[in-house]
Write a protein that binds this ligand. Structure first.
Ligand SMILES: [Zn+2]
Length: 85
């Protein structure tokens, strides 16, 4: 896999670590995965996974407030900075 594959071609194969907001591959993430309320979450490392499993609501609340609907890849890729301030 080249770096361009990572940046462009494989964008759909990554997820955001809800704890530290890193981009994590969906295939063999270093920190493994955890299921929570029907969603699968992916982690950069074991520490993030443990933190999430211990207090998932903490990280999901932060995610909703800061990131909006990050699952909407189109929005994440194309929405510019918020200029409404
Ligand atoms: Zn992490």
């Amino acid at each position: 896999m080249t770096q361009l594959d990572i940046i462009f071609g494989k964008a759909g194969d990554t997820a955001i670590d809800p704890v530290c907001k890193m981009t994590v591959p969906r295939v063999n993430p270093n920190g493994g995965t955890a299921d929570h309320e029907g969603e699968t979450y992916y982690f950069c490392g074991p520490g993030c996974r443990v933190a999430f499993v211990t207090r998932p609501a903490t990280f999901l609340a932060n995610d909703a407030a800061e990131m909006g609907h990050m699952d909407d890849k189109e929005c994440a890729d194309h929405a510019g900075p918020d200029t409404s301030v």
